[in-house]
Design a protein around this ligand. Structure first.
Ligand code: PMP
Length: 387
């Protein structure tokens, strides 16, 4: 059997491997606390579930338009206006089965051997994996702890070459909880004027999960970028809907047709009842979200304080998402060693920083999408290993 050699380079999202390991330990009777997985531990809002059931009962069993039903795309456009203060055309919106395929589509549209795609490192692991799949060269945008895991626009601009086709940005960020500094975005966008052929993919999946009244800065606010900007967002995090598989993307006019054709070539459309659930989530009451954000904030404060009290651990305070990225360099162990030690001896699942790129060495990602009780228990168990 001969397969395309590019596919031998396919990476993965280690969080799913850790989930499997944690489940195995649980099945052996171990009391495992999962701080590895990046999904809200809340239920999807009841009115959202009911909207999907109603859609099925009302007979929405068939294909929908490939780009998503109009009412849903209109609800997304309204939501974009409410949270990003920009009017967009629903025809530029593509509804997708989760947000992940959005990055995949954007990367395969631009990636091919001989060209370069820039991506955050440490960052969501699928960016680098998908870039490798296309044969394009992945060029890391270094996110450093001493810069609060934001980037320096100058260092991004310096790395752009004639071969650069796409730059991927993510704020608030997985795995660091960092938020890109507004000033750096201004400098970056100004600098990009010199590179009109470079497209930007802005992964804004955590756009609503921001603390301390920090203003969310969508790249959409830069009018001069709009004809070469792809926005990725969705329902998974904001509405605790990871398992429904529902995401939305906004594409420039030049790309929406190709992206929609890719949808037709792969999955045809997102399942109909889920799309109705998506409308209910956007247009219905938002109290579930408000409650969830408040809970995440309490947990953030606790985990931040407790991580800093563990011997040889330190952690800057995350500003968004639901991850704390703790520095474990002083333990003298690698990220993988610490991840395995914590899993095997404390029965706490976490994710090694290197799962997010080689620049994540020396860090461990803790998801605080877990109850306060579990966070406290996990921190206590970990500190007994290291203190
Ligand atoms: N982007 C980032 C940065 C993420 O962390 C995730 C999910 N962990 C996604 C995209 C994908 O979201 P979805 O589950 O909707 O595919």
């Amino acid at each position: 059997m001969q397969i395309n050699k590019l596919y031998t380079k396919i990476g993965t999202e280690t969080a799913f491997d850790i989930l499997a390991k944690a489940e195995k330990l649980k099945s052996q009777g171990k009391d495992v606390i999962n701080l590895g997985i990046g999904q809200p531990d809340f239920s999807s809002p009841v009115h959202v579930v009911e909207a999907a059931i109603k859609a099925l009962k009302d007979g929405h069993h068939g294909y929908t338009p490939a780009n998503g039903i109009l009412e849903l795309r209109e609800a997304v456009a309204k939501n974009i206006y409410n949270f990003r203060s920009v009017n967009v055309n629903p025809d530029n919106i593509l509804i997708m089965p989760g947000a992940k395929p959005i990055m995949y589509f954007a990367i395969i549209i631009f990636g091919e051997p001989g060209f370069e795609i820039m991506y955050p490192n440490p960052g969501f692991p699928i960016y680098e994996s998908a870039i490798n799949l296309t044969g394009a060269k992945p060029v890391p945008i270094e996110l450093k702890e001493d810069n609060s895991f934001s980037f320096k626009a100058e260092s991004v601009l310096e790395k752009i070459t004639a071969k650069t086709r796409l730059i991927i940005l993510n704020s608030p960020a997985n795995p660091t909880g960092g938020i890109t500094n507004a000033n750096e975005l201004d400098i970056l966008v100004k600098g990009l004027e010199k590179f009109p052929n470079v497209t930007i993919l802005s992964d804004e999946i955590y756009s609503r999960i921001i603390y301390d009244d920090i203003q969310f800065n969508s790249l959409l606010k830069y009018e001069q970028l709009r004809d070469r900007l792809i926005i990725l967002d969705g329902w998974s995090k904001t509405y605790a809907m990871t398992g429904w598989r529902l995401g939305w993307s906004l594409w420039p006019k030049k790309l929406i047709e190709i992206a929609t054709r890719l949808a037709i070539n792969t999955y045809s459309c997102v399942n109909a009842p889920t799309q109705f659930a998506g409308i209910a989530a956007l247009n219905g009451p938002q109290d579930n979200f408000d409650f969830m954000l408040n809970e995440f904030n309490k947990r953030r404060n606790v985990i931040h304080e407790q991580l800093n009290s563990i011997n040889n651990f330190s952690c800057i305070k995350p500003k968004g998402a639901f991850y704390a990225f703790a520095n474990i360099k002083k333990t003298g162990l690698t990220s993988n060693q610490v991840q395995d030690l914590i899993l095997n001896e404390a029965n706490v699942a976490t994710v090694a920083g290197t799962s997010f790129g080689e620049l994540g060495e020396g860090f461990i990602r803790f998801s605080y999408a877990a109850s306060l009780d579990n966070i406290n228990k996990a921190m206590e168990r970990i500190s007994t290993i290291f203190n």
